[in-house]
Design a binder for this molecule. Structure first.
Ligand code: PEP
Ligand code: MG
Length: 917
């Protein structure tokens, strides 16, 4: 049963209103804001709002109206007639009405609108008498018949609009191109033709009675709540069908009645930069839709908005009184809503009317600046300032960007080649190379390169470092390329299936074009676009101040605003934020971005630096324990040096170092030539080496001999790594730094695995401390990244001092989805709504989330002081961060460039706790 209040119509206008901004569920966003503006004394054309309840009642009662709706609407019209000084349907002083939809949430363009209601053969003459010229009056009339015919009488079908065809024919007959070239008589004729068309299509005369027109329009808006477009939009945006739309009936005002009329849109602050300046555009003698439609080029609102030397005339100069009034109003609105407003206005015969106000959409740059400046001026409190910035928007402030104009020109010029996954935000432009060695070599010569690969693996790491950006044709959001690129703060477009990459010929075919090694290519990691040629890139100021130190904080207002918001956020959040970093440089970067430690140091990337890969390969291929020990002894000092660098960079903060994780075949050469070269180096036969490599290959390496399974079979590997960690820790501690190592065992599924590995770590620590005559405190813990680990977390916690959820593998194994192959079909799943988002990017709360919650609770039940974090890619995703806060984890760990996003997301989670919004 639909509930409906007695009051169905809420009037506004003349400095008063029956509704207010808090009544969005009953009056819709538009109606509530119009009411609010009216009661602030702001000139809005008088009108009334029919409640959303009526829409729901109408839908539930076979398109009938509640009994008392008619009398309330008639009373509403009488009130607005009095306020506006005209009469609806009157031949000498006609008042025209608009009917617009307005739901609780904005659904732009999804529902219907009818303007100029009340026009007929008599009132059109009255309109001419009351100030409009004949052309204006008939133009309004023909637009009305067309709109009413389309929306209410549904004369138009899906593909063609017969009214447009008549208009087109008329222009052709008159030999003119533009609608504006048609004369008043032409338009009068068109009205007749339009009406004849209606009669032909519907079998009925076009309704001339203003009240029939009004009710027809109101019902059409109610019905449009249920149209297919609106339903699809609601589904996509999670808007319940039970909300219904309100209907706003309002007196028409005209910006197109002559040269003393105008219409425009404005923002109370600059929506791109956030600068506190009134910014907007207007058109003289025009309707609102003309400004948006781009048929005529609008003029700047004020003198300060004019381009230097421009001959444009601003509203400030042409309509000085209206402009002054508009300035007072915008300040009033901004003060009242305490947020940047996006406003629409119309001037009719030099009288200003406000048509709309709402919180304006803005870039990340603008969001940060507006929040920082509003909190500084006392307009908003600190909590509001933090909540005003969407964490995801912060990435815009950190990354290099394409020069917007140059990029648009490139796309308009047909240089867009393909689109892939926007895996690592930021813009990059450079010459194409197809392998890591070329990337390193070319970069050393000062060339900027884009590394183009089918997919990447750990051996590409140095090439990825050297490249400006990475483009792959395979792999998803947690593919190696994506994870590593995000970690490095590098642009990456992954899984771009349209690319046909041929390493042999050094060619890339896409969109019917062939690009060669050395050709320029540009990739936009924010959008996934791949563009041919070079596009200028600009570095982020925050990176210049914090990381490159090439700019001072005083020079960068963007940096100061960013710092202000981040400091405020830190005051509210309770969740810790660490970073995933594998080198001293990345550790330093993350620390400067505010990381409180390292949550995951993947040791395998260190294995590829310089000549060490040879020793690693020797170790893998050794057939005896002694042979392995010999190779490991070569690796040990190199690993120790890496750890020393990281401990120094993270002085005073915890550092979680993970034992070797990837399947060993990732370290081996695969091509015959590479195998032969290695055989020569190791002084073994190439055939023998080929057999060894073949023996190590697996059909499903992700579920094969990797993670702690390596350390179980080859305990000396874990022992070597533990020795490198503890020797480094003691060395750096002796230098006076505070070192807090946490040794992490990966891919544990059974407590016994951890028990065995823990013993090796502890025995090694003991030995090292004895040898070096000093000790450091340390922890041993595990990753929880297999469902069995989550299910038996109570047992595992007996052996673990900390847990870190590896949600990349946990997602892979819980969903049975290969993280390297899912990119091929997962986008369709998301498009179909099977998963609301890529589960490798946003934690699947109903599935993987349950395992996380269970693992956390079982772990804490065994060990109440168990430290628990997350180090999968989800640690940098705001929605997943909110989930981690809710579960009660100690920290999230994410790539260095995501640290600010996670800090802000954690503050949002703390501030929104318990709120029902
Ligand atoms: C994980 O599985 O979530 C994780 C962090 O480890 P990796 O991505 O290295 O497998
Ligand atoms: Mg893992």
């Amino acid at each position: 049963m639909i509930e409906i209040g007695e009051k169905k119509v809420y009037c506004f206008g003349g400095g008063k209103a029956e509704g207010n901004a808090g009544m969005k569920s009953l009056l819709g966003g538009k109606g509530a804001n119009l009411a609010e503006m009216a009661s602030l004394g702001i000139p809005v054309p008088a009108g009334f709002t029919i409640t959303t309840e009526v829409c729901n009642w109408f839908g539930d009662h076979d398109r009938k109206h509640p009994d008392d709706l008619r009398s309330q609407v008639e009373e509403g019209v009488a009130i607005l007639e009095k306020q506006m000084g005209g009469l609806f349907g009157d031949a000498s002083n006609p008042l025209l009405l608009s009917v617009r939809s307005g739901a609780r949430a904005s659904m732009p363009g999804m529902m219907d609108t009818v303007l100029n209601i009340g026009l007929n053969e008599d009132t059109v003459k009255g309109l001419i008498g009351s100030g409009g010229d004949k052309r204006f009056a008939y133009d309004s009339y023909r637009r009305f018949v067309q709109m009413f015919g389309d929306v209410v009488l549904q004369v138009r079908d899906d593909d063609e609009d017969p009214f447009e065809e008549l208009l087109h024919a008329k222009k052709k007959a008159r030999g003119v191109e533009l609608d504006t070239d048609l004369t008043a008589d032409d338009l009068e004729e068109l009205v007749g033709e339009y009406k004849a068309l209606v009669k032909e299509k519907t079998g009925k005369d076009f309704p001339d009675d203003p009240w029939t027109q009004l009710w027809g329009a109101i019902d059409a808006v109610f019905l449009s709540w249920g149209n297919a477009r609106a339903e699809a939009y609601r589904r996509l945006n999670n808007i319940p069908g039970s909300w219904g739309t309100a209907v706003n009936v309002q007196a028409m005002v005209f910006g197109n009645m002559g040269d003393d009329c105008a219409t425009g849109v404005a923002f109370t602050r600059d929506p791109s930069t956030g600068e506190d300046r009134f910014y907007g555009e207007y058109l003289k003698n025009a309707q609102g839709e003309d400004v948006v439609a781009g048929i005529r080029t609008p003029q700047p609102l004020n003198i300060s908005g004019k381009a230097p030397g421009s001959t444009e005339v601003s509203l400030e100069e042409d309509f000085p009184e209206c402009y002054a009034e508009l300035v007072t109003i915008y300040k009033n609105l901004e003060d009242h809503y305490r947020d940047m407003q996006d406003i629409e206005f119309t001037i009719q015969n030099r009288r200003l009317w406000m048509l709309q106000t709402r919180n304006g959409k803005r870039t990340g740059f603008a969001a940060v600046r507006i929040a920082a400046e509003m909190v500084e001026s006392g307009m908003i409190d600190e909590k509001t300032a933090v909540l005003r910035v969407d964490p995801e928007q912060l990435t815009q402030l950190l990354l290099p960007v394409f020069d917007r104009k140059a990029k648009n020109e490139a796309i308009d010029g047909g240089r867009l080649l393909a689109k892939g996954l926007n895996a690592g935000p930021g813009a990059a432009t450079g010459k194409i190379v197809f392998n890591a060695e070329d990337a390193v070599e070319w970069a050393a010569k000062g060339e900027k390169v884009i590394l183009v690969r089918v997919e990447t693996s750990p051996e590409d790491i140095s090439g990825m470092h050297a490249a400006e950006g990475i483009l792959t044709s395979r792999g998803g959001m947690t593919s190696h390329a994506a994870v590593v690129a995000r970690g490095m703060g590098k642009s990456c477009v992954a899984g771009c299936g349209d690319l046909d990459i041929n390493y042999k010929s050094g060619e890339l075919k896409v969109s019917g074009r062939t690009l060669k090694k050395g050709d320029f290519l540009s990739i936009d990691g924010l959008t996934g676009e791949v563009i041919e040629g070079k596009i200028p890139v600009r570095p982020s100021e925050i990176v210049q101040v914090l990381i490159e130190e090439s700019m001072s904080a005083e020079e960068s207002q963007i940096f100061r605003n960013f710092t202000k918001i981040m400091d405020l956020a830190d005051g509210f959040r309770t969740l810790g934020v660490r970073t995933n970093a594998d080198s001293p440089t990345d550790s330093t970067v993350a620390r400067r971005f505010g990381a409180m430690g390292i949550g995951l140091c993947r040791t395998e990337h260190m294995f590829f630096d310089g000549d060490r890969i040879d020793a690693v390969r020797e170790m893998i291929l050794a057939e005896t324990v002694a042979g392995r020990a010999e190779a490991l002894a070569k690796i040990l000092p190199m690993q120790q040096a890496d750890f020393e660098g990281i401990f120094r960079a993270m002085d005073g903060l915890p550092v979680t170092i993970r034992a070797l994780d990837p399947p060993l075949h990732e370290f081996l050469p695969h091509s015959d030539a590479d195998i032969e070269a290695l055989a020569a180096k190791l002084d073994v036969s190439a055939d023998r080496l080929k057999t060894l490599v073949a023996n190590l290959s697996e059909s499903n390496p992700m579920l094969g001999h990797r993670g702690c399974r390596l350390g179980i079979v080859y305990p000396e590997i874990t022992a070597m790594q533990a020795r490198a960690i503890f020797q480094a820790a003691v060395v750096v501690a002796k230098e006076g730094a505070k070192v807090l190592p946490e040794v992490m065992i990966p891919l544990v599924g059974h407590v016994e695995e951890l028990k065995l590995q823990r013993k090796i770590v502890e025995d090694t620590a003991k030995a090292v401390f004895e040898e070096m005559g000093a000790r450091v405190d340390y922890l041993v813990g595990t990753m929880i990244e297999l469902p069995r680990a989550a299910l038996t977390a109570d047992e595992i916690a007996e052996e673990a001092q900390f847990f870190s959820f590896g949600t990349n593998d946990l997602t892979q194994t819980a969903l049975g989805l290969s993280r390297d192959d899912a990119g091929r079909f997962l986008p369709y799943y998301v498009e179909l709504g099977i998963y609301p988002a890529d589960p490798f990017a946003r934690l699947d709360r109903n599935g993987v989330g349950q395992l996380v919650r269970m693992g956390f609770e079982k772990g804490r039940a065994t060990r109440s002081d168990l430290k628990v974090g997350i180090c999968g890619e989800h640690g940098g995703d705001p929605s997943s961060v909110a989930f981690c806060h809710e579960v009660g984890l100690n920290y999230v760990s994410c790539s260095p460039y995501r640290v600010p996003v996670a800090r802000l997301a954690a503050a949002h989670a703390a501030l929104q706790e318990g709120s029902t919004d």
